[in-house]
Design a protein. Structure first.
Length: 442
């Protein structure tokens, strides 16, 4: 009876949320359901030979964080540097002095609606701006800055509702590549990756900022956002820190299960991806595993662990799994986009066309979004690509140079920010501008 009541409540909540959220909104990391799927139709089938025309372009500051789009407004975070150098030595922290900002823009015109700004000193590697994409929910904007400033702002006005300094409140050290995990809202709770002893993850009341519970300890918190799954009829909060994947009771923080999975350099980044009764995660150092979720109780076991000649080891981006059980993701070491058979880890094909372009490159990056029977890819080169992906391979339909790469990685010019897709448009940013381009069919 309890289980059935929970299911009824879940369906009612989904119905209410559907009424509050536009179907074409992109309110958080990886879209409406955090699954990398864009569900709008009426979109262009192929890019015209003359290319696409931007609806608008507006200046922005430094940042790796992606934009989000809700109810005709675009929200984005950036950093306006006043002093310091942004050189990208992956093992060296650099100090910048400047302003970390949250911007709200009109989605149709790019005009500024409001701006919130805080003086923040960075002491991190790759210091070019905030990492965590904002989360917008029920009239509030939640942002986590690169140095651990957690903000809840009124979405209409930009006024501060509540805020937390995570480093001071939880004695949490700043990771070498900064706080990077977009907050997750579920029910009345806001889940954040924090750090410090016993507080790898903290649940706050989303409206007041009151701490509800804290949990887990690890050598490092890593860079992976919290995520929510259902298995065995039970909601489970999935936390992948630098040492292990963990399943927790979202109401209390009690641990259901833990599977060791320790990537190099504390780089747990991708959101573990659920497909049926399976959960996949991987990271740098050929560290990856497919887990089988128990159907009767909250538990998991390892089906296979990766080897040098299997799987795909994700770094900057979260892979996506299609209905046929084929995994598509970018390889951290070589930079290839790979197609992998999820059930076995067998590599089916690979290409550089959608990542670095033509050559191997550490942390070659492509952001992958599914739309109907095709995929929209955003390459680190700044190209927007339409393609079919399947077990047979990568079939490119067309591409358009959307925005110039302004960052640098291992001698390559890169743009490492996930775009947003909403209102039949793509919204993409680099360290200089935010651009909106229509993808509507004519």
């Amino acid at each position: 009876m309890v289980k059935n009541s929970w299911m009824i409540a879940l369906m009612l909540t989904a119905t209410v949320n559907a009424g509050l959220t536009h179907a074409d909104d992109w309110p958080q990391w990886l879209g409406l359901n955090r699954d990398g799927v864009w569900r709008e139709s009426g979109l262009i089938e192929k890019f015209p030979e003359q290319g696409l025309t931007a609806k608008w372009r507006v200046p922005v500051g430094l940042g790796y964080s992606g934009p989000v789009v809700v109810a005709g407004k675009v929200y984005i975070t950036d950093y306006v540097k006043k002093s310091g150098e942004t050189g990208n030595d992956p093992g060296t922290r650099r100090t910048l002095v400047g302003e970390e900002r949250v911007l709200c823009l009109d989605a149709e015109t790019g005009d500024t609606v409001w701006r919130h700004s805080d003086s923040v000193q960075y002491n991190i590697s790759y210091p070019s701006g905030p990492r965590a994409t904002p989360t917008v929910h029920e009239g509030k904007v939640y942002t986590q800055g690169a140095e651990g400033n957690l903000l809840c702002l009124d979405a209409a006005t930009g006024q501060v509702v509540w805020s937390k300094d995570l480093k001071k409140s939880f004695n949490a050290p700043t990771p070498i590549w900064g706080f990077s995990s977009p907050p997750l809202v579920d029910g009345q709770r806001l889940f954040c990756m924090v750090g410090g002893e016993g507080s790898v993850v903290v649940a706050f009341d989303k409206d007041t900022g009151k701490e509800l519970w804290r949990g887990l300890s690890a050598t490092e918190i890593g860079y992976c956002p919290p995520s929510m799954i259902e298995a065995a009829g039970v909601k489970q909060l999935v936390i992948w820190h630098a040492d292990a994947i963990n399943s927790l009771n979202p109401e209390s923080g009690v641990i259901y299960w833990t599977i060791p999975l320790k990537p190099d350099y504390g780089m747990s980044i991708m959101i573990p991806q659920k497909h049926g009764d399976f959960l996949f995660a991987s990271g740098i150092g050929n560290v990856g595993a497919l887990l089988k979720l128990d159907s009767k109780k909250p538990a998991a076991e390892v089906v296979w662990r990766g080897r040098n000649d299997t799987a795909v080891y994700a770094a900057n981006t979260t892979p996506i799994i299609d209905d046929a059980g084929i995994l598509y993701g970018a390889e951290c070491r070589g930079g290839q986009l790979r197609g992998v058979e999820l059930s076995t880890g067998k590599r089916l094909w690979e290409t550089f066309a959608a990542t670095t372009g033509t050559r191997r490159g550490n942390h070659g990056t492509v952001f992958i979004v599914k739309n109907g029977d095709r995929y929209i890819l955003f390459s680190e080169t700044g190209d927007l690509i339409l393609a079919h992906l399947s077990a047979k391979g990568y079939d490119e339909i067309s591409r358009f140079h959307l925005i110039d790469p302004t960052g640098e990685c291992f001698g390559r010019d890169v743009v490492w920010s996930h775009p947003a897709f909403s209102n039949k448009c793509v919204f993409a940013r680099n360290d200089k501008e935010l651009v909106c381009v229509s993808l509507a069919a004519k």
